[in-house]
Design a protein around this ligand. Structure first.
Ligand SMILES: [Zn+2]
Length: 474
């Protein structure tokens, strides 16, 4: 029989609140402290934060085995400058860790910290096949996620008394939870948690926003685009909403096409962000909107070559590798996120913050397809497809195996939605074929399909999760 547990780890008593506010300050304290630190001050702050995380990681089977096999022993890793000694791992290694110690994995510190002693919350990655990867959030990690969003929101102009509509569903994904907490707990902004388009239909979303005086939208770019479409369909003037901030995730938008469409429709500035479910929001835009500020009290970043793993310099695009300075469930130490991005050195921005910056995400390394010896990233054509007014902007890259001699080879076809029946499909296919060849460096197949046909495969239109751009049939 299970021993009677007499003590409840009450959430509000599980956090040293003044310490949290100092180590990972919310706005506007962040803007006066961590957000403007000199290189030396930041290094000192990061070293204080990382020490207990390193100790926790040594206490887990996954890190202890990996680090010992790399010839490291306790004491070799003490500061942020020692991180380069650690081996880099990725989500495939995490799958191995989960298989080794199900259901959560050998990378969690469950041996030293039983679950009954910490109030935890389970969130997961998107996970397309099989079980998704779980992350457990202790109270500090849970609060820090919200604080991270609140920094970006404050910088974008959100202030107490504002009303923010959040069409993200509070489910196994973090975004909905963290944004509502950011608004209510760390900004004094009232969240209107409508859930995604699956929970509250888009027409109803607009109706509620108008009725309650919503002046901030927090949603993915695809879903905001869907709201623009719906508003047009029902002759709803989005500008009547007097939106002051569009807090979104633009993805790969180098030519600012998505940004412009959304900003013009809502009559408000769009602010980008980038994050992962494991770490939270890694970068956010300020009004300068030229790269995203990195919350360096929470994450240390590097970029490596996705093929051979060697470290790349500032401004070079490669796979983003992250070390979390606040996560223990699990620790995240040189984790290859496999998002193709660039980092830029610390310098003072026109907004007053002094941080490292990151680019927008260019692609997912695991969405890479090799075609005739060329690495292609389907998302790289997002902007050019959206820019063609004959398309709906929606597309899907389908990779398949074809026989060629004794060996099979990979071919890809881009299925692209045309706008209406008035579009000359042959001319559209020919134009896009040339433009995509120029962008990707290789000729691919083009198939024009009707509007809305791809949604069941890409997940577009619900705001529920990131739209898929690759269907791998190999
Ligand atoms: Zn700035």
């Amino acid at each position: 029989m299970r021993a009677e547990i007499e003590t409840i780890p009450y959430y509000h008593q599980s956090i040293d609140w003044p310490r949290l506010m100092t180590e990972h300050p919310p706005p506007p304290i962040y803007q006066r402290t961590v957000g403007i630190m000199s290189d030396e001050e930041l290094r000192e702050h990061q070293n204080l934060l990382i020490a207990p995380i390193i100790a926790t990681a040594w206490g887990t089977g996954f890190f202890r085995t990996m680090w010992t096999e790399a010839g490291l022993s306790r004491g070799d890793i003490q500061t942020i400058d020692d991180l380069g000694k650690l081996p880099i791992y990725n989500s495939d290694d995490i799958k191995g860790a989960i298989a080794a110690k199900p259901p959560f994995g050998s990378h969690f510190p469950l041996d030293e910290h039983p679950m009954s002693t910490v109030p935890l919350k389970l969130q997961t990655s998107g996970g397309t096949t099989g079980l998704p990867r779980p992350s457990l959030f202790d109270p500090v990690a849970w609060e820090v996620q919200a604080i991270l969003f609140s920094r970006g929101m404050w910088t974008a102009g959100a202030r107490p008394g504002d009303i923010a509509q959040i069409p993200f569903t509070c489910s196994l994904a973090n975004a909905g939870w963290s944004f509502q907490k950011a608004c209510q707990d760390w900004l004094g902004v009232m969240p209107v948690t409508t859930g995604s388009g699956v929970v509250t239909p888009s027409e109803r979303q607009l109706e509620l926003a108008a009725a309650y005086g919503v002046n901030i939208w927090i949603a993915g770019a695809e879903y905001l685009g869907r709201l623009v479409e719906v508003a047009e369909e029902i002759s709803f003037d989005l500008r009547q909403l007097k939106t002051k901030v569009l807090r979104t995730f633009l993805g790969n938008d180098p030519d600012r096409i998505r940004r412009t469409v959304l900003e013009e429709a809502f009559g408000a500035l769009a602010f980008d962000g980038y994050g992962t479910h494991e770490i939270g929001e890694i970068g956010f835009e300020c009004e300068d909107r030229n790269g995203m500020h990195v919350s360096e009290d929470v994450v240390a970043l590097e970029v490596i070559d996705p093929d051979d793993g060697h470290q790349l310099g500032y401004g070079e695009y490669g796979s983003l590798v992250a070390t979390s300075l606040h996560r223990s469930w699990p620790p995240i130490m040189r984790y290859n996120l496999r998002d193709i991005m660039a980092i830029y050195p610390r310098e003072e921005c026109s907004c007053g913050l002094r941080t490292m910056k990151i680019s927008q995400i260019q692609a997912r390394a695991d969405e890479m397809v090799k075609v005739r010896e060329t690495n292609i990233y389907p998302r790289a054509v997002e902007a050019l497809v959206s820019a063609d007014p004959r398309t709906t902007g929606e597309f899907l890259c389908v990779a398949s195996k074809v026989q060629q001699g004794a060996l099979g080879t990979t071919e890809v076809t881009f299925r692209i939605e045309r706008l209406d029946t008035g579009v000359n499909e042959q001319a559209l296919a020919a134009d896009l074929s040339d433009q995509i060849k120029q962008k990707l460096g290789v000729r691919v197949g083009i198939e024009i399909v009707g509007p809305g046909e791809l949604a069941p495969l890409t997940g577009y239109g619900t705001g529920e999760k990131k739209v898929k751009r690759l269907l791998d049939l190999r």
